[in-house]
Structure formats: C-alpha cells, structure tokens
Design a protein. Structure first.
Length: 81
C-alpha cells in the first residue's frame, strides 16, 4: 500500500509534481502526519501558511494522522470576487 499525495495549482508550481509514498518509506522516515508528508515531498520548501489540506477529501490541519491508502491533497485557498 501507499499514500497518494496531490498538489494543485500554485502548490504544484512550488513542488513540481505529485508524489506517491510507499509504505517502506513511511516507516523509514517516520511519516505519521500531514506535516511529515509535506516535509518529505517538498524537499525543504516551506509550506505557505494559507494552504488548504485534505485527507480523503476531508479538510484537516498539518497534525492530522495518516494511514496506508490515504490520499492527501494540498491546494491554495480559493478566492473569488
């Protein structure tokens, strides 16, 4: 199993591509929550403060725990006028 990580709009521009994290990496890197996923995929790039995060299409914060098979998405807030 693995965790699928998706980046949308300006988050994709910042990171460059989606990533898929395999279970062995999760265990080796001690990935336990969304903040850990960002740090693993972003290669040291700071996450903007206003980024929206969803796990399995439910909004969460960076401390949300993850498990095998989750889909994690990062995207900028939607604005309109």
């Amino acid at each position: 199993m693995s965790i699928e990580v998706k980046f949308f709009a300006s988050m994709r521009d910042l990171i460059g591509e989606d990533c898929e994290i395999q279970v062995d990496i999760i265990e080796q890197q001690s990935i336990k929550n969304v903040d850990d996923i960002w740090n693993f995929c972003a290669n040291g790039k700071k996450r903007p403060n206003n980024v929206l995060i969803a796990v399995n299409m439910d909004y969460v914060d960076g401390k949300a725990h993850i498990k095998d098979g989750d889909e994690v998405a990062f995207f900028p807030p939607v604005t309109g006028g």
